[in-house]
Design a protein around this ligand. Structure first.
Ligand SMILES: [Ca+2]
Length: 470
């Protein structure tokens, strides 16, 4: 029997790479996640194609963009008849399972398919004593599980690994709920950072000048747009906006980092199990997040925007048999590329309908001819946190964003429209994206190039440009 690699795909929810020490975090330490990076490869330029939970999860499972899989917003559950990488791996002889956050819908048409075993949180799920939906005929059966959600998901994962068929390879999806809002730590980590000031990001007091109106309109602001559940205490609304932002940032970021400490520990438990069982050499371990997150950057929490902190996903991968330990890669990979990569490792053929491409050559230290140097992004959920719908293109240096600001009748969007606007950022000169240079004469040629590239990608991927009837 050929020795196919096992796959453990650990995905957290809203974990930005600038809260991981292997990515140079200034605010926390993640020693167990760092074990994956130091034993394998760290990707510096992994991006999502739509920075919210449900759409990014659909893109990861299906290897397609959201205009193809139709999972455009948080209100568009995924059709569970779609072709996904776990189904293909199962066909390749893998035993498959998913535990934790699913967020692609519930019931017979949306519950997990393609898995031998599963137990998932309904919707966002709870941190403490959460309900789980367990595999059962008719779409699953719900019951409460006592304990803390991150521990429970790791327990379920380990129990399944221990009971697996040892003659066949496995593919385990371990999907943390943490560190999603409202950032509720367990008792064990609640004391962390108590007497410490966490460094503020350089753009915490952003005033949104020199950009389109979209940035100022968004209701993502730390403090102003948070509630008592986020803060776990009353809020003094009499403070100035910046005073409130300063105060709320400390509470917010400490809770965010506390729930990550539990993710890190539980990841360590899984890595320890692999070591103990002699599985580490032949098991591909991935740690990622469904998108990035604003950690007070631009004065924000949440995601959605095509700006760097939200667009960028952490992606670290360890597979000692093929990947050189301690390597770092700066080539561009996307969430739609994951499915094809895992299918490649399983020995299967990537179906032609999958739009992503296997990046296994990059993991082996080879850059294939014609590898992508630009990426297409589209946020459909117009009005979610009052973030306007937009699409855009990012190259290695520039980013062009078009806020078409129209829900187009998609579920979960606002009916109101806003005047369309463009933004262009030169990320070499302006890495924090504070200065929109769209319309600046010196960038006229870049604008033309970027628009051409945007159009090329839309044609290639089969998405339609936006036109509004005036
Ligand atoms: Ca998410």
């Amino acid at each position: 029997m050929s020795k196919k690699p096992n796959i453990i795909f650990i995905m957290s929810d809203d974990h930005a790479s600038h809260a991981m020490s292997c990515y140079g975090s200034r605010i926390n330490s993640t020693p167990n996640l760092d074990r994956i990076a130091s034993g394998g490869m760290l990707f510096k330029n992994c991006f999502c194609t739509n920075s919210i939970c449900t759409p990014s999860r659909a893109a990861i499972l299906t290897g397609t963009y959201n205009h193809v899989n139709k999972v455009t917003t948080l209100s568009t559950p995924m059709d569970n008849q779609l072709r996904t990488f776990p189904k293909i791996l199962r066909g390749q002889g893998y035993q498959t399972a998913v535990f934790g956050k699913w967020h692609l819908g519930t019931g017979p048409e949306h519950c997990p398919t393609g898995f031998d075993e599963w137990a998932v949180l309904p919707g966002q799920g709870l941190y403490h004593n959460p309900d789980f939906i367990f595999r059962a005929p008719g779409g699953g059966k719900k019951s409460i599980v006592k304990g803390y959600v991150t521990d429970i998901i790791a327990d379920m994962s380990l129990d399944w690994l221990k009971a697996r068929d040892r003659q066949r390879p496995f593919c385990l999806l371990c999907h943390n709920k943490a560190p999603h809002r409202p950032w509720e730590p367990d008792e064990k980590h609640a004391h962390l950072y108590l007497n410490r000031e966490i460094p503020e990001p350089g753009t915490l007091y952003d005033d949104y000048s020199n950009r389109s109106s979209a940035a100022a309109a968004a209701t993502l602001r730390v403090g102003r747009d948070m509630d008592e559940r986020d803060m776990k205490c009353g809020i003094n609304r009499g403070l100035s906006e910046n005073e409130l932002r300063k105060w709320a940032y400390q509470l917010y970021i400490k809770d965010y980092l506390r729930v990550i400490a539990s993710v890190d520990e539980n990841t360590g438990r899984i890595l320890d199990y692999l070591d103990k069982e002699g599985l580490s050499e032949n098991t591909i371990v991935i740690y990622t997040s469904d998108q990035g997150f604003f950690l007070g950057d631009h004065g924000w929490f949440d995601k959605r925007f095509m700006y760097e902190e939200s667009l960028r996903m952490p992606f670290i991968i360890r597979y000692p048999e093929e990947i050189k330990a301690g390597s770092v890669n700066s080539d561009m990979i996307l969430n739609v590329d994951f499915a094809g990569t895992f299918i490649d490792y399983s020995g299967g053929d990537v179906p032609s309908g999958m739009q992503g491409r296997s990046f296994r050559p990059l993991l082996n230290g080879h850059l294939p001819e014609g590898w992508q140097t630009s990426m297409y992004y589209r946020y459909w959920m117009h009005g979610g946190h009052n973030v306007y719908a937009h699409y855009g293109v990012r190259t290695l240096r520039h980013k062009l964003i078009y806020y078409y600001a129209d829900g187009l009748g998609q579920p979960g969007t606002l009916d109101t429209k806003e005047p369309p606007e463009w933004e262009l950022f030169d990320m070499e000169k302006d890495p924090c994206e504070l200065n929109n240079v769209y319309g600046v004469p010196a960038y006229a040629d870049i604008v033309t190039e970027m628009k051409n590239e945007l159009h090329r990608l839309q044609v290639k991927l089969g998405d339609e440009p936006y036109f509004r009837e005036i």
